[in-house]
Design a protein around this ligand. Structure first.
Ligand SMILES: [Zn+2]
Length: 578
């Protein structure tokens, strides 16, 4: 490893020293091509930390309690940061190429394989200030933004309250434990948890008011300095997506808020109440007790993938043959699941915690979906286009997950079927409609702040509740205390990134809809999954004959959810439950 680190260092500084004092690559397209080829090779085989960084990242996920591993990871990260700092001049200077010359470079035939990489650099650089100004903005980011956010989160994380545990005993719990108790099937347990949760939030609402106003002011200042016309523009630029597309998405989802309202009406009826309380939205319905061994999981998912497209099954088999999946839970291993990739020349790995629940089958399909996405991109893209933009990163995973869900539903009896459907709808509602409502809340928040100069906690609470009520409808109560739930909502502090949850899942649903209509459409899905960052999502789809600027595209995805809801309503009626 020491030797490989020396190689990374040697290769990195060979590139840095060769180009750092030169300006010819900013003027001559052929020299730029040579520089980009060398940068691509560096990115493909070495990067800032080589195989060592990837290795220790993965090893610390497999054993989080080993201080030796942690120390080694810290060391290689420190090594990588230095190289990152020394090499960033390369793309920062490319960003400063004058507009007229940019156009010529983008049109140059020899540079086509790097066209979109250049486009992304140019698009971000358009809003950058001079180097010393950028330094000042960087230096003030912590006191003017992140310290405030950390402060509120820190106060909340320290809180503890006495609540009722699932076994009926009184326990002292922290905020995250309390919030999971709010989903308890026992009313007594979840109500006690909600009282404690609301009490904690109301204790910190004054602090959160000051915090939120400060970070809204900071955002306004940055946007004005950079000449950003709308508060969500910086997000769209860094995500490589057109504002018009996000606007269409949010408008399409909002126009179908009747779907979540109907869902909550059904849920309230199934739970035998007229209205759900605000904190009861996510209480599960029915029981999903069926068990799936890992072997059965693999067979089932493999069959679904093969039926969709042989290549998907082949990629799954390669993962198994190469033993690139860490399957079962162990002490010290990270919880949850993920699919990891690093450099283009490195293999993809998957970590799971398979315990045999139905949910684990879906997780397996989800992570393999990411895996398939990676392997397809690896075959077709260069290292500078290797990766998925935020707006479409979850398309492959949710696509595979939903087809496997269809298979599971096909095998289920009515009781299991309704339980699976209700939980699936709950996830879809939270991922699409709740996030669109949150996006609209954020838009109103920034707008109101910019008009009035300061927002009192009551004003923030009213904006919040209005937007929540808009998608939940009248079957969910905007219960006293819920006006403060923005206090702990981390998403709104990361400004406008929640649209990406909705866009990823809806694109996936829309593609599913097309595949169900015509199975041969899966070829286009495969092309899309191979495209990586070779172009903007909008153009990648356009080349496949799909127009994501069209409202109808998003409606197709929403139709999928509505038909799932209709199926569930009919089943509930047939079973005499409503
Ligand atoms: Zn995912």
């Amino acid at each position: 490893m020491e030797e490989s680190r020396k190689v990374v260092e040697k290769k990195s500084y060979a590139f840095i020293n060769k180009w750092k004092d030169r300006t010819d690559y900013l003027e001559d397209p052929l020299i730029l091509l040579r520089a980009l080829d060398e940068y691509e090779t560096w990115n493909r085989y070495y990067g800032t930390d080589g195989a060592e960084g990837y290795y220790f990242m993965l090893r610390t996920q497999q054993n989080q309690n080993d201080p030796t591993l942690k120390a080694k990871l810290n060391k290689i990260e420190e090594f990588g940061r230095k190289i990152q700092n020394d090499i960033q001049f390369f793309y920062l200077r490319i960003g400063k190429i004058p507009l007229k010359r940019q156009k010529g470079f983008l049109e140059n035939r020899r540079l086509q394989k790097y066209r979109h990489f250049l486009e992304r650099i140019f698009a971000e650089a358009r809003y950058l200030l001079s180097e010393p100004e950028e330094r000042i903005l960087n230096l003030k980011a912590s006191p003017a933004y992140s310290s405030w956010v950390k402060m509120t989160a820190g106060f909340l994380a320290k809180e503890e309250r006495e609540v009722i545990a699932e076994n009926g005993r009184k326990v002292i719990s922290n905020l995250s434990e309390i919030s999971s108790l709010m989903n308890s099937r026992q009313r007594k347990v979840r109500d006690a948890a909600a009282r404690a949760f609301n009490n904690i939030l109301s204790n910190h609402v004054e602090v959160a008011e000051t915090e939120l106003n400060s970070i809204l002011a900071n955002k306004k200042i940055d946007d004005e300095l950079r000449g950003m016309e709308r508060p969500d523009l910086s997000r769209h630029v860094s995500d490589d997506i057109d504002s018009a597309i996000v606007d269409t998405l949010i408008a399409a989802v909002s126009a179908r808020f009747s779907i979540p309202r109907r869902y909550y009406r059904l849920k309230a009826k199934l739970h035998g109440v007229r209205k759900l309380k605000y904190h009861e939205r996510n209480v599960e319905y029915g029981t999903i007790a069926k068990k799936y061994s890992y072997g059965r999981t693999v067979t089932l998912v493999e069959r679904v993938f093969d039926n969709l497209e042989r290549k998907f099954g082949d990629i799954l088999r390669k993962f198994l043959d190469d033993r690139r999946i860490d399957v079962f839970p162990r002490t010290g291993k990270a919880s949850g699941a993920f699919c990891a990739h690093h450099l283009l020349s490195h293999p993809t790995y998957i970590l799971l915690n398979h315990t045999g629940k139905l949910y684990d089958v879906l997780t397996f399909a989800h992570e393999l979906g990411h895996g398939i996405n990676n392997e397809l991109m690896r075959e077709r893209q260069n290292a500078l286009n290797f990766g998925a933009p935020l707006s479409t990163a979850e398309v492959a995973s949710t696509f595979m997950e939903d087809f496997v869900l269809q298979e599971l539903l096909g095998q289920a009896d009515d009781e299991l079927r309704i339980a699976i459907l209700m939980n699936k709808l709950n996830d879809d509602v939270s991922t699409i409609f709740r996030q669109a409502a949150c996006y609209r809340f954020e838009q109103e928040l920034h707008k109101a702040f910019r008009q009035r100069g300061y927002l009192a906690k009551e004003e923030i609470g009213t904006l919040f509740q209005n937007n929540m009520a808009a998608y939940m409808g009248t079957s969910v109560e905007q219960s006293p205390g819920s006006e403060n739930w923005w206090v702990y909502w981390g998403h709104i502090r990361h400004f406008f990134y929640v649209y990406s949850y909705a866009s990823g899942l809806l694109i996936s649903k829309s593609l599913q809809n097309s595949v169900k209509e015509n199975p041969r459409f899966v070829v286009k899905v495969k092309d899309f999954l191979s495209a990586g960052m070779s172009d903007s999502p909008q153009n990648i789809f356009k080349n496949l004959g799909v127009d994501i600027t069209d409202r109808l595209f998003w409606d197709k995805g929403l139709d999928e959810i509505e038909s799932l809801l209709r199926e569930t309503e009919r089943l509930a009626e047939k079973m005499g439950k409503i």
